[in-house]
Design a protein around this ligand. Structure first.
Ligand code: M6R
Length: 616
């Protein structure tokens, strides 16, 4: 869950590395550093804290070297400190390495190296890597252009776990070696220069042509060439992929924070996700093209994901079961792996991951494949690890999501899942044409409805001003609104650090109501007409106990209820129940955002969190 950047070319490397790191800070931000080859020596500068600290290091400004590697860290082994920050160098000072991932067998490797007189300065798992490279490099007697490559390959052979690594060496000052296994790494191709990064947005302003590295592909770079080698070190040709996002998509573009920008991008993201998947009032998925016979063999569906992506799954479960008549379970990926799920070749497992790199989700996918289930990955990142594992991959087209708190990815994931449910129902002929047509029409109207909600942002901001000092906030809802409550509560806690819980409204009286007392704040969501009466009574039970209530309600319900009894009311446009969370979540994302701002917190980089969770 760290970010790495590299540059090899003719420009000064330091500014490029720092700019790249700043864009990757969402992956981790407890320490940062860089190593540059300067006058045939390796210069390492690093510090605890954010990337901006590196901008204040005078020595970095003075570096003219044109080959370098850099890292922003999310600590796993060893506390955030200067010693534990990357890059790490070997004992001889000849090899520098940055690493994203976890070396699971690092303590055995460390013992081995210590027995060979290597000393360690840091508490990291990474420090074994440069020392192993030194070990193999010095043992190699062939002095040809592949010597460093061979040393990195021998090192990679010893590593158990996940890694994306960049290596530079004083001995080969015009080269860089990179390799990945289960941690992301891309190479951007320029003219006489190459850019390396954990993800595309970090280097999107320099190039649109990217090589998306597969596991255990080794790359030997010099200024003019990018050469690819397989795990037997046989050279092969690789084709670049051209990315159509523009650099602005990965910038703040005038917004104060990425999260706010991404909230406002939702209408566009939903439109793009629908894209060409609706044609002649029907859903089509060219990537799938399933036959009726194929789908009829599916007896159950599992949706597996983490965090917000899992909430998207919970939201879509109802639609899938109702439209397709297939029993559907939603599981947290980290639990799915350790419970003996009854899945087989008649099970379809859908894995959702914005980043496509979440370790738990990918591990669950691999497990399902072993059990012969059919697998679909839903992700936002082209070429991400999950797409290489799944039988089928569907992209959400939400554009890069940088803020740690997921917003547009969530609404795009629900959009895609609903499209998928409609598509399955069409193929299976399991739902009436009328209902499917209505839903398609509603899906297409969502972007405009979300725009309407965004126009009311100032009202939400006012409510945030009343709530930001709270210690606890509860969210309740029934049915589909409970699904939204869960996501709203996660959003609030992760960026405002306010304790928050979500409950199915009917469950309150089975325990949680004991927490309700005078002055406690509770947010209720009501968008399902069929549940209005019951939901209102649950809110009244809270009001009776002198709690303060904020009601999020769809406009068609307003005439049937007395809104005066609530402390705050947020009215959203009504829609079909299955897709209502796409609208209802928006004011609640804004509420979490404005509460975090009122508290003066770093909205985009909440404490202890990283965007891409590549550790289990
Ligand atoms: O990249 P993924 O969608 O697999 O990430 C899953 C979760 O880590 C993620 O949704 C997390 O819960 C977000 N920070 C929530 O805003």
């Amino acid at each position: 869950m760290c970010g790495i950047v590299g540059y090899i070319g003719n420009k000064k490397a330091a500014p490029i590395l720092l700019a790249g790191l700043s864009k990757l800070e969402y992956r981790g931000y407890d320490s940062a550093g860089l190593a540059i080859i300067e006058n045939e020596k390796i210069v390492v500068e690093k510090d605890k804290g954010r990337v901006k600290n590196l901008y204040n290091i005078k020595a970095i400004e003075e570096l003219n070297g044109t080959i370098g590697i850099a890292h922003t860290r999310w600590a796993t082994h060893g506390v955030p400190s200067k010693e534990n920050a990357h890059p790490h160098i070997d004992n001889s000072g000849n090899f520098a390495v940055v690493h994203n991932g976890i070396i699971e067998n690092y303590s055995e490797l460390r013992t081995f190296l210590e027995a060979n007189d290597y000393k360690f300065i840091s508490a990291t798992d990474t420090e074994v890597i440069p020392n192993l490279i030194h070990y193999f490099y010095t043992k190699d007697i062939k002095e040809d252009e592949y010597r460093l490559l061979r040393a990195v390959k021998s090192t990679a052979d010893k590593l158990i776990g996940s890694f994306a690594i960049e290596v530079i060496s004083k001995n080969e000052p015009n080269n860089m070696i990179v390799v990945r296994k289960d941690s992301p790494l891309v190479i951007g191709k320029g003219y006489g220069e190459s850019y390396i990064a954990s993800d595309i947005p970090a280097i999107l302003s320099y190039t649109k042509d990217f090589y998306l590295l597969e596991n255990l592909e080794f790359v030997l770079l010099d200024r003019d060439k990018i050469r690819f080698f397989d795990n037997d070190l046989k050279e092969f040709e690789k084709k670049p992929t051209t990315i159509t996002w523009n650099a602005m998509a990965a910038d703040k573009n005038g917004y104060e924070d990425y999260m706010l920008k991404e909230i406002y991008e939702q209408p566009r993201a939903i439109r793009e996700t629908i894209g060409t998947r609706i044609e002649d009032n029907a859903c089509k998925f060219d990537e799938l093209n399933f036959s009726k016979e194929y789908l009829s063999n599916i007896k159950q569906i599992y949706i597996v994901a983490c965090g917000t992506a899992m909430h998207a799954g919970i939201t879509a479960k109802n639609a899938i079961e109702n439209l397709c008549k297939i029993h559907t379970e939603v599981e947290v990926a980290s639990e799915f792996r350790y419970t003996n799920q009854l899945i087989d070749e008649n099970t379809l497992c859908i894995f959702i991951s914005q980043s496509g790199e979440t370790a738990d989700t990918i591990a669950a996918l691999k497990l399902s494949k072993m059990k012969k289930a059919k697998t679909i990955a839903i992700t936002n990142v082209i070429g991400s690890s999950i797409t290489r594992e799944a039988d089928y991959s569907l992209y959400t087209h939400a554009g890069p999501e940088i803020a740690v708190a997921s917003t547009k990815a969530y609404t795009s994931q629900i959009t895609l899942l609903i499209l998928l449910a409609i598509y399955f129902a069409e193929v299976l002929n399991s739902e009436s044409e009328d209902i499917l047509q209505k839903l398609i029409k509603e899906l297409c109207s969502l972007p405009n409805k979300v725009e309407k909600v965004l126009e009311e942002a100032d009202k939400v901001k006012e409510i945030a001003k009343k709530l930001y000092k709270e210690k606890d906030i509860f969210y309740i809802g029934r049915g589909i609104d409970y699904a939204t409550a869960q996501e709203a509560s996660l959003k609030l806690k992760e960026i405002s650090y306010i304790h928050s819980e979500s409950y199915a409204a009917g469950e309150l009286k089975h325990g949680p109501i004991a927490l309700i007392e005078k002055g406690i704040n509770e947010i209720g969501i009501i968008t399902d007409e069929s549940l209005v009466k019951k939901s209102i009574s649950n809110m009244e039970e809270i009001i009776t106990r002198e709690a303060l209530t904020t009601l999020v309600v769809s406009d068609d319900i307003v005439p049937n209820i007395d809104t005066n009894q609530f402390t705050n009311v947020i009215i959203v446009p009504s829609t079909e129940v299955f897709v209502s969370p796409i609208i209802t979540i928006v004011p609640l994302q804004l509420l979490a955002y404005y509460i975090s701002k009122e508290k003066g917190l770093d909205v985009d980089k909440p404490r202890n969190l990283a965007k891409s969770v590549t550790v289990e």
